[in-house]
Every structure is written in structure tokens, then in C-alpha cells.
Design a protein around this ligand. Sequence first.
Ligand code: ADE
Length: 244
Amino acid sequence: MKFDVLTLFPEQIKTNICESITGRAVKKGVISLNAVNIRDFCTNSYGKIDDTVYGGGTGLLIYSEPVYNCWKSLFEKEEDRPYTVYVSPKGSVLNQKKAIELSKKKRVCIICGHYEGIDSRVIDTICDEEISIGDYVLTGGELAACVIIDSVSRMIDGVLPNEDAFTNESHMGGVLEAPSYTMPSNWNGMAVPDVLLSGNDAAIEEHRRIASLVETWVKRPDMLDKIEVTESEWQKMLAMRRTL
Ligand code: ADE
């Protein structure tokens, strides 16, 4: 999977992504990262990238032309055109389903705005989709681009040690992951549920399934509205919750 990021701050992207798990994936060549500086595509000699907004208002807006030229420089043939995303607080909010969808693309280009953003005409011309990482406003799109790259990368083959690492976790299947524990089995008077020490795989799996439903019920009850919970599961959840 290839990521291109069009930004005024390529180092911010590289510093974030070329660390830890995503950094190793870049080194192994499982993902590639091409962070390009929009400023290098300025059409004026003095490197001016932005101007005031027509109609008034505060802040500066990045011109269409350098963004368009930067994006066009990524590919020659139409078939190599990357799936192009503009990150902005106006986009649809990123979730696990969207991250999975993006992980199936061969090449994703993320365009980051700064200041007041980018002239809307170039966004309408080249972007397939606008994505936000939450209902709040950041100073620029760079952190949002990194969040998208991170959440998408971890679902690409070879990034995590095995597929289990991302299939059995929160937001996959519409529920949160069950609580997890490590040594010691009793810490500060809090004991790990006996079943997890039993070695009985079937019982452990059943415990985790119900514990995951309880976790969701306690922390994100809104998520339970979107999945089917049977009467028998509710009974087991109630029983487990009474023991907490
Ligand atoms: N740029 C500024 N705020 C943003 C947000 N919430 N999501 C994505 N990009 C942004």
C-alpha cells in the first residue's frame, strides 16, 4: 500500500509514521510513504502559497494551483491516479469500517490543509472523499493524516505480527474488546477471573465474548443499539456485571 501525503509540513508526517510499528512497516516495504511539500509546486518565484479569502473573513487560504500541480506530479497515467482524500473537520468522521475500506486501496493520497484550508475548487476537482477525525478543529490536517495512515496500515498484511492482532479488538464486529490482564494474577487485591487461568480454551472464549459485551454496555452503550444481543447473552451479561 502506498501513501502519498500533500502537506506544507512533510517532516511532521515522516516523524510520526517512521516510528514504531508503522516505521517498521515502512522499512520492510509493506507500506510506503511519500510526503510531498505543496510549497515546492508554487507557481510564483517568492514561494507564496496562500492569500486572503474572497468575500472577507479571517485567515489565509492555500491556492488551488500548487495543490493541483503537486497532485498531478504523483502520476502520469489516469489508471495510476491515487484514491484521494482531503482531511478536514467537514468530512465524514473516520471509523473502523472506513479504515478497513481504505486498507483495500492500492494507493491513497491524503491532502492536508493549513491556515483556513485550501481553495474549494481544487478539492472538488481532485478529491474522492473528505474525512474528519472527529468533531473538533485542529490547526492543520497533518495529525489527521497520520491518524488515518496508522489506523489503515495496521490492517495491511505484514504490518502487525498476525491477523488476530486486529480482528479480536475493539470496534471490529461492532463491540469493544474484553478487559485484559497480565502478571500478577492478583494485583492490589484485584484478582483476574479464574476462568482466564483455567486453560479451558472454550470457556475462555465464551468468557471473553460476554466480557466484551459487558465492556461495551458499560463504556459505549450506544454501540449495543447497532448489534443483535440475544436474551441469553443479556442474562449472562447481567450475571457477569453483578460480579464486577
Ligand atoms: N483539520 C482540522 N481539523 C480536522 C479534523 N477534525 N479532522 C481532519 N482534518 C482536520
